[in-house]
Write a protein that binds this ligand. Structure first.
Ligand code: NAD
Length: 287
């Protein structure tokens, strides 16, 4: 049976390190890292994510600035808020919760964030730096996945890695991170031919698709490390619901060497890495 890679445990460890770093920064420079979270509209899932981010930011000793804007907020009002956060010395990290309402162009909004405060790592300057191995903020979900991977396999160089999904938030930055670790990386997506055969070549398989339990045991090379980013709500027999990943956990656990569960895998690591990025932004601001 595969080793279960525990995202909750590792996230707890990262949060402890961040709390320690925050204490040290306060002591050495009298600076408290601050994260501004901007939420436009009332999407219930986004409200839950934002609440968790605010709670965890405060729990590790950082300042949290929470801005809630009406669903009909204009582009000008949102950009003007971001510009004021860009110049606010108490704010070291800015996060705009996605998705935005349809009338707002998320690319346009992200490009307004000062790259030195872009703790989500979505600004094109940070994306470019990631792909050219420069100093950048790395998107939190792939960064968390890399930490989970390294917790079971420190030697990534030369391994075959297949990343399923090419989104800007997960798939592409995940591929860049693995390439920077000298893995041989293939990015698969909805148009990829014979996905199961491609996946069977992977020593490291990352699923970021959004299709419940799509990846089965016969897609996976024996001993492979499987990171399941997918979060999908499915109905249960009793009429309720539960969260499952893109990987059929029970089935794939019989073949893989190590596997992340859903929930409890990359999910908890995402916020922990956001906190780590915010601390890093504050450290850079004083250095
Ligand atoms: P997305 O919809 O932007 O991208 C999905 C990708 O999957 C696309 O590139 C598409 O080409 C590919 N795809 C779709 N169907 C496919 C198929 N049949 N075969 C191969 N590829 C296929 O989604 P995303 O934002 O990258 O998120 C992916 C999943 O990860 C979702 O379930 C999302 O909820 C989850 N997610 C989790 C976290 C976390 O914190 N754990 C963070 C972000 C996203």
């Amino acid at each position: 049976m595969a080793t279960r890679i525990d995202g909750k445990e590792l996230a707890e460890q990262v949060r402890k390190e961040v709390s320690e770093g925050v204490k040290n920064l306060k002591a050495s420079h009298a600076v408290t890292p601050g994260l501004a979270v901007v939420l436009v509209g009332e999407d219930p899932a986004s409200q839950v994510y934002v609440r968790n981010k605010v709670k965890q930011t405060e729990a590790c000793g950082m300042n949290s600035f929470h801005h809630v804007m009406d669903v009909g907020t204009s582009r000008e009002s949102l950009l003007s808020l971001i510009e004021s956060l860009n110049t606010d010395p108490a704010v070291h990290g800015i996060l705009v919760q996605l998705p935005l309402p349809a009338h707002l162009d998320s690319r346009d909004v992200i490009q307004t964030i000062d790259p030195v405060k872009d703790v989500d790592g979505f600004h094109s300057s940070n994306v470019g730096n990631l792909w050219t191995s420069g100093k950048s903020f790395v998107p939190c979900t792939p960064l968390g996945c890399l930490k989970l991977l390294k917790s079971v396999e420190p030697n990534i160089a030369g391994k075959n890695a297949v990343v399923i999904g090419r989104s800007n938030i997960v798939g592409r930055p995940m591929a860049a991170l693995l390439l920077n670790e000298s893995a041989t990386v293939t990015i698969a997506h909805s148009k990829t031919k014979d996905l199961p055969a491609l996946c069977r070549q992977a020593d490291i398989l990352v699923a970021a698709v959004g299709r419940p339990r799509m990846i089965k045991a016969d897609w996976v090379k024996p001993g492979a490390i499987v990171l399941d980013v997918g979060i999908n709500r499915v109905e249960t027999a009793d009429g309720g619901g539960c969260l499952v990943g893109d990987v059929d956990f029970e089935d794939v656990s019989t073949v893989a060497g190590a596997i992340t569960p859903v929930p409890g895998g990359p999910g908890p690591m995402t916020i922990a890495c956001l906190l780590a990025n915010t601390l890093e932004a504050a450290k850079r601001a004083v250095s």
